[in-house]
Design a protein around this ligand. Structure first.
Ligand code: PLP
Length: 416
């Protein structure tokens, strides 16, 4: 197998043989050569229906012709200028038209977006503590790589992060507003921001219980805490306006990424003018980047939004997502299994645990080895899923009814 050979070589050169940890799985990851529409092909020319979709950005599928043409045209004009370009204004206007923010800044990744949003919130509020939801992923920067320690203490979730860097991060479970209220009581006047994935997409897919997000908005307003919705996954996926539009909530700040770069690196943070005015060079909170607002990512982003606006993308991907969830639930029931199938719109996941999953603790109870066994069988049966129980599957505009049918057959074989 060409993939196996490449992995043996890669392991000598790259830690674990990969450029990002979740791409590694036993016995070796398949090496992908190309992608078109809903499918990808590996170096051995085996084809897979893809639900990883680059971990979310590819809402139009692989190599969308319109997007590729626009990007190629831009590449001919130049790829980086280190100077302002017109597309920054165009894409900012588009995004601000869908999200209740006055201003935004382009960065290069979701990690940078949440890191910068938290810095700006802290600079604006002039205090250091933040509240984060257990199991939520906001990228790989120090303040958010925190886990619960003994008692209420929060400790780094990775060696190499000084304890001092996470001591201001307070963890609370998802779907639990009592925990937020007690964290606020215990840290009166010291909390700058609460950051949340309003629909959790990094523990499979976990949805907010009725009233949870409203309650969070109310509590943060009452206590003058900056509410940051991290919609890096859900932005432009749960409809154009993300989860905040679906649930009619106006956060103080929003972070975006993935889809708005059309498969190229991007991130965005933004919010109310009085907060964003603190960002350099308008204000004192420093933030900068060589590749920020680069013409290639912005052109790709504008192209995606144009397709989302002109074609019924969300209607179609939500329908396909619904068909998969329904079909998969049927498969699980027919096999007499109790596994939970969850999701919303174009996001879905099967949890190898009984009953509904409502937070990180529930997901952790899943049979993770069983999930990976299913993942490998799905691969054998021609379906590429994100290789972890803690990830979400994504449907794209390129997925068709035939893909759904083939996928459900593969699930049936694999779950057996
Ligand atoms: C909700 C959320 N925020 C932030 C990030 C970090 O984004 P990036 O990988 O572009 O740094 C991710 C990545 O998956 C994410 O899911």
């Amino acid at each position: 197998m060409a993939s196996e050979k490449l992995h043996i070589e890669a392991k000598k050169l790259l830690p674990g043989g990969v450029s990002s940890p979740v791409r590694a799985y036993a016995p070796y990851p398949v090496y992908i050569k190309s992608g078109l529409g809903s499918k990808i092909k590996d170096v051995d020319k085996k084809e897979y229906i893809d639900y990883c979709m680059g971990f979310g950005p590819l809402i139009l599928g692989h190599a969308n012709p319109f997007l590729i043409k626009n990007v190629k045209d831009q590449i001919d004009l130049g790829t980086l200028f280190g100077a302002p370009i017109e597309q920054e204004i165009e894409l900012a206007k588009k995004i601000l038209g869908y999200y209740p923010m006055d201003m935004l800044r382009f960065v290069n990744t979701g990690t940078e977006a949440t890191m910068s949003a938290l810095r700006v919130a802290r600079g604006y509020k002039k205090c250091d503590r933040i509240i984060k939801i257990e199991g939520a992923f906001h990228g790989a920067h120090d303040a958010v790589l925190a886990k619960a320690g003994s008692g209420v203490a929060t400790i780094p979730s990775s060696p190499g992060i000084p304890k001092d860097f996470t001591k201001n991060t307070i963890l609370v479970p998802y779907n639990d507003t009592d925990a937020i209220e007690s964290a606020i009581r215990e840290n009166k006047g010291e909390i700058a921001a609460l950051i949340i994935e309003p629909i959790m997409g990094n523990v499979g897919v976990v949805l907010p219980e009725e009233g949870y997000l409203d309650q969070i908005r109310k509590i943060t307003l009452e206590n003058d805490i900056v509410l940051i919705f991290d919609e890096v996954i859900t932005g432009f996926r749960i409809g154009m306006g993300g989860v905040q539009s679906r649930y009619s909530i106006v956060p103080d700040m929003t972070t975006l990424g993935k889809i708005i770069g059309g498969g190229f690196p991007i991130g965005v943070f933004g919010g109310k003018k009085e907060i964003m005015d603190n960002v350099a060079p308008s204000g004192d909170v420093y933030q900068a980047g060589t590749f920020s607002g680069n013409p290639v990512s912005l052109t790709a982003g504008l192209s995606v939004i144009e397709v989302l606006e002109t074609e019924k993308v969300h209607k179609k991907i939500d329908e396909i997502g619904g068909q998969i969830r329904k079909g998969l639930t049927q498969v699980v029931n027919d096999l007499g299994q109790n596994y939970a199938v969850q999701g919303i719109g174009s996001m879905f996941q099967i949890f190898f645990t009984d009953g509904k999953v409502k937070d990180y603790e529930d997901v952790k109870k899943s049979d993770l080895d069983g999930f990976m066994k299913m993942f490998r069988s799905m691969l054998k049966n021609g379906v590429f899923l994100p290789p972890s129980q803690f990830e979400t599957n994504f449907v794209s505009f390129a997925h068709k009814k035939e893909d759904v049918e083939a996928t459900l057959i593969a699930y049936e074989k694999s779950l057996k």
